[in-house]
Design a protein around this ligand. Sequence first.
Ligand code: PLP
Length: 372
Amino acid sequence: MSNIFHPPVRTLMGPGPSNVHPRVLGALSRPTIGHLDPTFIGMMDDIKSLLQSTFQTRNEVTMPISAPGSAGMEACFVNLVQPGEKVVVCRNGVFGAHMIENVQRIGGELAVVDNEWGEPVDPDALRDTLKANPDARVVAMVHAETSTGVRSDVDTLCAIAREFDCLTIVDTVTSVGGIDVNVDRWQADAVYSGTQKCLSCPPGLSPVTFSERAMDYVARRQTPVQSWFLDLKLVTQYWGEGGARVYHHTAPVNALYGLHESLLMLQEEGLQDAWDRHAKVHGLLRDGLTQLGIDMVVAPEYRLPMLNAVSIPAGADDAQVRARLLEEFNLEIGPGLGPLKGKIWRIGLMGNGARQKNVLFCLSVLDQVLNR
Ligand code: PLP
């Protein structure tokens, strides 16, 4: 017979999910109401405006997709790309590779700007690729590559894409709430994020925002969007575009209470203060790791504060150390992926987890386990 599932209480310092803030956990357990209840609809509107502040955009079409970050990614691609159209994907880690698969499944054509894992996207390489592919319509990039801990210069990459009259798709799953994400300054066209990193919510929702240019394209496209669930024309009607609300799916009511609470908390703290907090604890972690003889992998100018890629010290057994941290200290850190598997650990300082106490805890137990 099955028993009630009681998850262990862990300190989550991997690539996400991060620990959910107690206020968000409290919000999640509030009474479920109907998703067309006028009170709930009021909260949906509030979420839209809180997301506009979080993304720093005035885009009318700004809302959460009722599914995780990968669904936000897919929503951007299926709506902005039709079969046969060319997309330039900038790949410097795992998530650029997922973007490529999206384009392939749509039947789009691809031009890939490949960069070393651990390096940001090279703007000159993007410009060269766009010169060589004048028929490209869309450029896609990852702001904060969670697989490597690298930040790319989205301001510059979006400006280059505009020179070639391309729409832009930007992944901000790991960056939102931890570093500056300024959709209107970037003039990015389709931007998606996730709730389980610096927003301190559980996984399962994907905030998205679309520019007028993007929505013009969606209105004009000739072929139907392959995904019924992610078709923006339908989803935006559900989120009240044009004043009407047309049933599309049953919103994850309690998950949206959680998102609302976390966005409220971010507003109370202030975006700049939240970014500063991430930067400060990142500095503490970096200094402590240096004292333990553990090196950072990424050059300081591209380093993400919320995702610290570090070299596994010589002689340490990757899987064994991580297993001990988890079993003996309830501490989760992340392994390397792809070519970095077995070479790096990924230490997350995300959202509510970006605290001095987490840094000190992580340093002290790492020291114990490594020096045993
Ligand atoms: N993009 C990036 C940069 C991510 O880090 C992740 C998840 O880790 C995703 C996309 C996919 O999000 P999800 O796992 O919520 O589907």
